[in-house]
Design a protein around this ligand. Structure first.
Ligand code: ACO
Length: 333
């Protein structure tokens, strides 16, 4: 039987640090409001003209490939999760493929928002299990700062998000012990408009930018914060328990839970619901804000680098986000 396992991991964040104090100087907000509501103290923003979604994904991928002991030429396929591609199309995975000199191999764009990386891991796992590919590069990258509304009107959303990228290399293995054990994916489109960006969309009779002239807020992120919160705190524990139950584990078997870094209050609520001690849940939203599809690989990478993920650990990745989408991946490291 063929399984998949993670053999290399890397992340990249742009060097520009945006503190809550800086945001206080450009909009009507406070460090106290942001910290109490979200746990975020700072986030990293791309430098225009230097960092792009694809360049950040490329940097993270280079580290993951090197740590896997491979070269870009060993990679058979790319799965690239983002909702903030460099262009409306094609996706940033194609640009990264070009930059890494991997011409010819397939690239799959995933846009499942905050759950994008879980969907990407699951997709790669299936391709490997089916025997189609041996080494797959899986990337989550987001450059969100350029479309945040940094006026008072957009402050409820703008303070939450940041930029960055993370990547893993997944490889085929016949080792039944150390592998991706299972993945679980869900969605409920009932709530599509509770967390969304309307433009550039094709849902208008006119070209979308004609509408943008009339209403320049349609390109902003709209978030119904309380609805997102209510669903997130139900779906996170549900999909973590689904992963545990499917494999005969209990919450206490988890060595590390790496949740999508949506909001520290959500992570804390989920931790309590699952009955997990603080040292079994990894959070770094304080430093990076919410980096959407990049948040799980960045957090997993930092957890691994700091020794919080060790050989033999049972690691659970879980996400909830726009769509609504939610999912989990259970991994024996
Ligand atoms: N600074 C100061 N005041 C602000 C800010 C800000 N940045 N943003 C909004 N406010 C004000 C509002 O205008 C409002 O003022 P009013 O009472 O005078 O009208 C007040 O703060 C409360 O606003 P709410 O939107 O009700 O704030 P709430 O307490 O609900 O917190 C938050 C907002 C943090 C978004 C909360 O709803 C939440 O945690 N939602 C979960 C969603 C989430 O975390 N999403 C993350 C991204 S999505 C994902 O990854 C799944």
């Amino acid at each position: 039987m063929t399984y998949s396992k993670i053999i290399g991991i890397g992340h990249f964040v742009p060097e520009r640090v945006i503190t809550n104090e800086y945001l206080e100087s450009i909009m009507d907000t406070t460090d106290t409001w942001i910290t109490e509501r979200t746990g975020i103290k700072e986030r990293h923003y791309a430098t225009y003209g230097k960092d792009t979604n694809a360049s950040m994904g490329t940097e993270a991928a280079k580290i993951a490939i090197e740590r896997a002991g491979l070269t870009p030429q060993d990679i058979d396929f790319i799965v690239y999760a983002t909702i903030t591609p460099d262009y409306y199309f094609p996706g940033s995975g194609f640009i990264m493929q070009r930059e890494l000199g991997m011409k010819g191999i397939g690239v799959l764009d995933i846009r499942d928002q905050c759950s994008g990386f879980i969907y990407a891991i699951s997709t790669a796992d299936q391709f490997i299990k089916s025997g189609m590919y041996k080494n797959i590069l899986v990337v989550g990258s987001e450059l969100q700062s350029t479309f945040l509304n940094h006026t008072n009107e957009g402050r409820g959303v703008a303070v939450i998000f940041g930029d960055g990228a993370g990547a893993v290399v997944m490889q085929a293995t016949d080792n039944e012990e150390h592998r991706v054990i299972s993945t679980h994916l869900h969605a409920d489109g009932t709530y599509a408009e509770d967390l969304y960006v309307k433009d550039p969309g094709s849902s208008r009779p006119k070209r979308f930018y004609d509408d943008l002239v009339d209403d320049n807020t349609t390109g902003d992120v709209f978030m119904n914060g309380s609805v997102v919160f209510k669903h997130a705190i139900v779906r996170f524990p549900e999909v973590i328990k689904e992963a545990l139950n499917a494999n005969g584990f209990k919450p206490e078997d988890i060595d590390l839970l790496v949740p999508h870094q949506a909001n520290l209050r959500i992570s804390e609520y989920v931790r309590q619901q699952m009955g997990l001690p603080e040292d079994k849940v990894f959070n770094n939203i304080q430093k990076y804000g919410n980096t959407t599809a990049a948040s799980i690989p960045i957090a997993l990478c930092e957890a691994w680098e700091s020794g919080r993920v060790k050989e033999g650990d049972l690691v659970c990745l879980a996400a909830f986000g726009s769509g609504f989408t939610w999912g989990s991946a259970l991994i024996r490291w």
